[in-house]
Design a protein around this ligand. Structure first.
Ligand code: BG6
Length: 467
């Protein structure tokens, strides 16, 4: 792997506020949509009553323990940490005129702590949550008014942190609203397609407004989108399978097309027409969308297949998408198909399509870990998964793809998004907490901690090309 990663490659890890912070009502924070989903992003919306509790309320208590956690990330040599700002810490109900100072002060402390070690923040404005008040009062992203509330929030945090945060992302996995509408756009799960695409349109306009605001406010700031990179292969070379694969890949590439090119791609006209989808798009919206992102970011965990005859096959569930399994690939304990080569392929697809720098902001293996009698955790399965994916990143760089960095998902164990479990662990750092919420919250280095430290220190030269 010698010399393939650029010298300024941003190595690090990625977490999200609602999966690590806890402190769900501390320092004036309002309820966020995530606080109403104790069973995870597909779970029912559960009203909260006095005395109710959920695993995310405390999560891994990052809100209070971040100095220790940042020190551990620094020990691994992190150049970058991706996290999100909980919008409801800054605007508790979402529609206030002025922000909550205590919420802003928390992220000042967090970014200052990172700066001590030279760790650059990569900040997602909205990672699977928004103030619950906006869904109650306005119907979430179904309302145009939410665009203005989001812009106010984005401008507030850009102004506040413009000297501390240079890399920003707008909406986490923006394409997932098609599959989990409450989590993505604050709409009920049974909303029809027109309502969902209208809300998505509002979110795309809001994303473009944030891009404009970032360019105006943050000196040398760069802002990207964030896609769930759910790349699909044709199950066979049958022409109909190929066409179906293209159609399904466009379901998610559509978001990148709008955000990177600044207009709706032509293929969406036919899609809307044939599916009876009406979306109100104003001339002003079209102008706004022209403000395009500086880089593309995405998550990658698995690939899948598409077929024109889906009824003949069982589908495999990832965290968001149902995919037809690939007969050539093995799966994780959670049934996600493991495909390192797919990461090289995806990087090339995205670079060919957009010619913008790419940032891999999530990738990792969710697995059960065992703490041995001597306290060690020998997670060779995780090391193998990450090694093999990073080898393919190096190959893509060699192919000519411009890759800004790599932040592995969940460098410290956290609450999983799809099912709100602690037992599905991604970390280099083990956190003593179980699915029932028991445990001391003590942090412990896994074998992969030392492995990743070596990868970063050698700038990728310690990776092992196998076979
Ligand atoms: C991504 C999300 O979809 O996948 C993360 O952006 C999430 O929030 C990650 O945690 C892994 O999914 P899960 O369900 O294993 O936590």
């Amino acid at each position: 792997m010698n010399g393939k990663f650029p010298h300024d490659f941003l190595w690090g890890g990625a977490v999200a506020a609602n999966q690590v912070e806890g402190a769900y009502l501390t320092d004036g924070k309002g309820l966020s949509t995530s606080d109403l989903q104790p069973q995870g992003i597909f779970g029912a919306i559960t009203p909260r009553h006095e005395g109710d509790s959920g695993i995310k309320d405390l999560a891994i208590d990052f809100y209070h323990r971040y100095p220790q956690d940042i020190a551990l990330f620094a020990e691994m040599g992190f150049k970058c940490l991706r996290t999100s700002i909980a919008w409801a810490r800054i605007f508790p109900q979402g529609d206030e005129e002025t922000p909550n100072e205590a919420g802003l002060a928390f992220y000042d402390r967090l970014f200052d702590e990172m700066a001590k070690y030279g760790i650059q923040p990569l900040i997602t404005l909205s990672h699977y949550e928004m103030p619950y008040g906006l869904t109650q009062k306005y119907g979430g992203w179904g309302s145009r008014a939410t665009i203005g509330f989001f812009e106010r929030y984005a401008r507030t945090v850009f102004e506040r942190y413009k000297h501390k945060v240079k890399h920003w992302l707008t909406f986490n996995e923006i394409n997932m609203s098609l599959h989990a509408p409450f989590t993505g756009v604050g709409l009920p799960a049974d909303s029809d397609k027109s309502a969902i695409y209208q809300a998505i349109h509002h979110q795309l306009v809001a994303s473009a407004r944030a891009v404009k605001a970032c360019h105006e406010i943050v000196p040398q700031g760069k802002i990207g989108n964030m896609l769930l990179g759910g790349i699909l292969y044709p199950l066979s070379c049958k022409p109909e399978d190929l066409l179906e694969t293209q159609r399904q890949n466009r379901d998610w590439l559509f978001f990148g097309d709008v955000q990177a090119r600044g207009y709706y791609p032509a293929y969406m006209q036919r899609f809307f027409r044939e599916n009876g989808i009406q979306v109100a798009i104003t001339e002003e919206d079209r102008q706004t969308l022209r403000e395009t992102i500086d880089f593309i970011s995405f998550s990658y965990y698995m690939s899948g297949c598409a077929t024109a005859d889906p009824e003949q096959y069982e589908t495999a569930r990832g965290n968001i998408l149902d995919m037809v399994p690939n007969p050539h690939l093995a799966s994780s304990e959670w049934g996600w198909q493991i495909d390192p080569v797919g990461l090289r392929y995806l990087l090339n697809v995205l670079y060919d399509r957009y010619q913008k720098p790419l940032f891999i902001v999530e990738n990792g293996l969710g697995a059960r870990d065992r703490v041995e009698a001597d306290g060690s955790i020998n997670d060779d399965y995780r090391i193998n998964y990450l090694n093999d994916h990073l080898v393919q990143v190096a190959e893509a760089i060699d192919d000519g793809v411009e890759v800004m960095g790599y932040t592995s998902w969940g460098p410290i164990d956290l609450v999983s998004a799809s099912k709100a479990e602690m037992s599905k662990r991604y970390g280099f750092i083990y956190v003593d907490r179980d699915d029932a919420g028991n445990g001391s919250l003590e942090r412990r280095r896994k074998k992969s901690f030392y492995w990743y430290r070596d990868v970063i220190h050698s700038n990728g030269n310690s990776l092992k090309q196998k076979g």
